[in-house]
Design a protein around this ligand. Structure first.
Ligand code: NMX
Ligand code: MLT
Length: 427
């Protein structure tokens, strides 16, 4: 097999023909309608986006290229990235090809470290990674190709270059942010003999004598990679990219969305929630204490982080995969045990509360407890881990959309006066 670029290039003519034909023959077929509630309600349920890298079934959760997540949790991130981009399972040679691409492109430029070190000591790690990515924008191959007048049909090639360059450098940048922001000492160099996840764990410099953290990191990076295209990080990345902003602008924007507490930042909020409970009750809370604490949060008008979802109506399989890992590897850990106890009790509490449409845990409910076990206790860092993984999905979507010539995104908005007149006309 060839490189990722060669493989994608050979697939693309068929893809263009298939999708071009589908759209041409069905342009006016109605896919979905938008109610007033949807327009004011975060566009929930409107089918107005296309995503072929993955889909989220309300009843089954994440399905990557047609394969339910729980069937592919053994894949390493390099394999997942290949699958996201190509839609096919990689061969061993394909996976090695991705590893070689990352090794050849690794190496965060020194000016990025200067920028990150110049940031205030109390900067949020998500702000640091977003700025670190933006600092590298001048490296964009797409921006250079566009300025040189590249043909529209070739936009995807430099977008793939940018994406591979970014993915090769992200673990090093993210690990460096951990060491700089939390005063962990010198940066640890990239090791080309390690895989993407193993390298990330190694460069963070957290003791990992038996490789369990590297193993967790691979799982973590695999689980958080993609969640179709309507979630905030993917949607923002797509929207920014649709203006032909390059992958640096687009990814940085997407990660800014991930930094919101209702999206990826929920993983830091979740661990804070668990630790506050343990602190308040002087140890892992019992059922009554946990229930009391949750009601206090809900009665204070706040959300229980890690629970609920805009699309899912079952326990998130990404949560299940993490809990399975925790039960096998760290069953006695009191923080993990508290997360497991929450799973027993919170859905019932949320059902009784009666607001959340989905009372079940999402991806963010367990992840913090697993990394905390390994001594990564700086929970403002946790969303960076999510972000490194999510970069694979949103960049795969960017390559895909650019290769198909997706137009600039521009849905129509209406005014409240329009809605008033429209509904009056219906009455
Ligand atoms: N705790 C308390 N109330 C909740 C929760 C929760 N975990 N989830 C939803 N609700 C409330 C929600 O705030 C809303 O209240 P109101 O009518 O007063 O505005 C009501 O239930 C209906 O919301 P839904 O339609 O069920 O949820 P929506 O689609 O609007 O939002 C989330 C989805 C994920 C933003 C929401 O469930 C939430 O805030 N969960 C906690 C934060 C979290 O875990 N986010 C991470 C999601 C995964 N990720 O990584 O992105
Ligand atoms: C995600 O992984 O993006 C989150 O679960 C949020 C979503 O899908 O809306």
């Amino acid at each position: 097999m060839g490189s990722l670029k060669e493989n994608y290039a050979s697939k693309l003519p068929g893809l263009r023909e298939e999708i071009g034909g589908l759209v041409k023959a069905n342009r006016d077929v109605v896919l979905s309608e938008a109610t007033v509630g949807m327009a004011y309600g975060g566009m929930r349920g409107i089918k107005g986006l296309i995503c072929d890298t993955s889909e989220v079934s309300p009843e089954k959760g994440l399905i990557i290229r047609g394969i339910p997540l729980l069937e592919i949790t053994h894949l390493i991130p390099e394999e997942i990235f290949y699958l996201l981009v190509m839609g096919d399972m990689p061969t061993d040679a394909d996976t090695q090809g991705i590893k070689d691409e990352f090794n050849a492109r690794a190496g965060v430029p020194s000016y990025v470290w200067d920028v990150l070190r110049a940031m205030p000591d109390d900067s949020h790690p998500m702000a640091m990674i977003s700025i670190g990515i933006m600092a590298m924008q001048k490296e964009s191959e797409f921006a250079k190709a566009y300025a040189a007048g590249v043909k529209k049909t070739e936009y995807w090639e430099s977008t793939m270059e940018d994406s591979l360059n970014l993915l090769a450098k992200l673990p090093e940048m993210a690990a460096g942010i951990y060491r700089i922001r939390f005063n962990k000492g010198d940066l640890i160099p990239y090791d080309p003999s390690l895989d993407w996840g193993g390298n990330f764990a190694n460069m963070m410099g957290v003791p990992d004598p038996d490789g369990a953290l590297a193993d967790l990191m691979r799982l973590y990076l695999t689980l958080h990679c993609d969640h179709e295209s309507g979630n905030v990080s993917a949607h923002v990345c797509h929207t920014v990219g649709s203006a032909l902003s390059d992958a640096y602008y687009s990814l940085s924007a997407g990660l800014n969305g991930l930094a919101g507490p209702l999206h990826g930042l929920a993983n830091q909020e979740c661990l804070a929630f668990v630790l506050e409970m343990i602190d308040r009750y002087d140890g892992a809370p019992n059922d009554e204490q946990l229930t009391e604490y949750c009601w206090e949060i809900l009665n204070g008008g706040k959300v229980i982080p890690g629970y609920g979802h805009a699309v899912l109506r079952v326990t998130d399989p990404r949560f299940t995969a993490q809990v399975n890992w925790g039960k096998e590897r760290i069953p006695e850990d009191p923080v993990f045990q508290t997360v497991a106890k929450m799973f027993d009790l919170v859905p019932g509490i949320l059902k009784e509360h009666g607001k959340a449409k989905n009372p079940w845990p999402n991806v963010d409910a367990a992840s913090g407890s697993l990394v905390y076990h390994f001594g990564i206790k700086e929970f403002s860092y946790y969303t960076v881990l999510f972000g490194v993984s999510r970069a694979m999905g949103v960049l795969a979507q960017l390559i895909y959309n650019r290769s198909l010539g997706a137009p600039i995104e521009r849905p129509k908005s209406v005014t409240t006066d329009f809605v008033k007149e429209f509904v009056a006309g219906k009455g």
